[in-house]
Design a protein around this ligand. Structure first.
Ligand code: FE2
Length: 365
């Protein structure tokens, strides 16, 4: 998580996982904007605004999201803020539609909207004097850029948008809408060196690069788009897998969520193995507070939340010959964790089917 007060900017990343939501304001003023809010976290955002006596003026989506349900409509309901998107954005309940070049003053700090279509038609980047929020138009380092194969995606437009971003000053720090591997924000100048997408020289090279990539299944993403078009207020309106690197081209192929290679084992089978074997590692990938919650946790677990697993793989190096059983609440995050482990070459990886929920249920019989 990144936060800080620099140049009079209040800047915070609000989510504990790969989808990034930013709160931006000016020191001393009580007005803030929130960018790319998630519906499932709206309660927490409202608590924060209340606690710190901040007034939300804009809830901005950098584009119509396909990997999570936007919280902007709910924030508009609860606070009376404007729901801001690009003029071409499909969601019905947007209250303020902006064009390229629109400038909003957050106290003394200007926020300029740059239309950067490609990942979607309605993609915008938000340019501040010292940083740029790139949405899914540009990710960090080898994360490359957002995929262009979903509704409204257009590789040619994406290429042109990237060229526009490249004309901006090198000192701007890049903050994308997703970061799946805990890469740290760095300057546009750094990204010119580290991000393979920015090193491609021609539009043809870019298109060729995209053709060489296979995208993960997108059916569930189409469902989320539909839900965002009608501004759903119920977080259960669509199924959202947790922390699947869905929007990132580079890794979508490896982590395709319908990958059938992940082996699930039942509670009974895990019990049997626990009695038999000593070469088992139980890897609980839930958030810290869940371990202390109602379902508790199993004895002897190794705990690494799924959102930080990629960055903490070295901790598992000594367990390569063990049989690793990934465990979460019901099995979704453990599935993602298993795929990350398999991608990193771990040979014996399993998912506890039904997670801790199934384990506790089995105990009650
Ligand atoms: Fe996206």
């Amino acid at each position: 998580m990144h936060s800080g007060v620099e140049m009079g900017i209040i800047f915070r990343q609000l989510n504990p996982h790969a989808c990034r939501t930013y709160l931006v304001g000016t020191e001393g003023a009580n007005e803030v904007v929130i960018i790319d809010p998630l519906l499932e976290h709206v309660g927490e955002y409202l608590d924060l605004l209340d606690r710190e006596r901040l007034r939300l003026t804009y809830a901005i989506d950098t584009h119509t999201h396909a990997d999570h349900i936007s919280g902007a409509a709910a924030l508009k309901d609860q606070t009376g803020c404007e729901y801001v998107m690009h003029a071409t954005a499909p969601p019905r309940c947007v209250t303020y539609r902006v064009l390229d070049g629109f400038i909003y003053h957050l106290g003394a700090i200007p926020l300029e909207v740059m239309h950067t279509p490609g990942h979607t038609k309605d993609s915008i980047s938000l340019v501040f004097p010292d940083r740029i929020l790139t949405g899914d138009t540009l990710f960090l380092d080898d994360g490359g850029a957002g995929r262009d194969d979903l509704s409204g995606g257009n590789p040619k437009e994406h290429w042109e948008s990237l060229q526009q971003i490249l004309k901006l000053p090198d000192h701007l720090i890049v903050y994308p809408a997703h970061e799946y591997h805990d890469r740290q924000p760095s300057s546009l100048g750094e990204q010119k060196i580290r991000n393979p997408i920015l090193k491609l020289r021609t539009e043809e090279d870019y298109i060729k690069h995209l053709e060489g990539l296979k995208f993960g299944p997108a059916d569930w993403m189409k469902e989320i788009l539909k839900v965002n078009y009608v501004c759903a207020r119920d977080p259960k309106s669509a199924w959202v897998p947790v922390d699947t690197p869905a929007c990132e081209v580079q890794n979508t192929q490896a982590y395709g969520i319908n990958d059938q290679r992940v082996v699930r084992i039942s509670v009974a089978e895990l019990r049997r193995r626990l009695n038999l074997a000593n070469n088992l590692l139980l890897l609980d990938v839930r958030e810290p507070d869940e371990l202390e919650g109602e379902l508790g946790h199993l004895a002897g677990i190794k705990h690494i939340p799924v959102g930080s697993l990629s960055g903490r793989l070295p901790e598992l190096e000594g367990h390569r010959d063990k049989h690793i059983v990934a465990i979460c609440h019901t099995g979704g995050r453990a599935h993602t964790a298993a795929q990350i482990l398999m991608q990193a070459g771990f040979g014996h990886v399993y998912v506890l089917s039904g997670g801790m929920s199934a384990w506790r249920k089995a105990e009650s019989f």
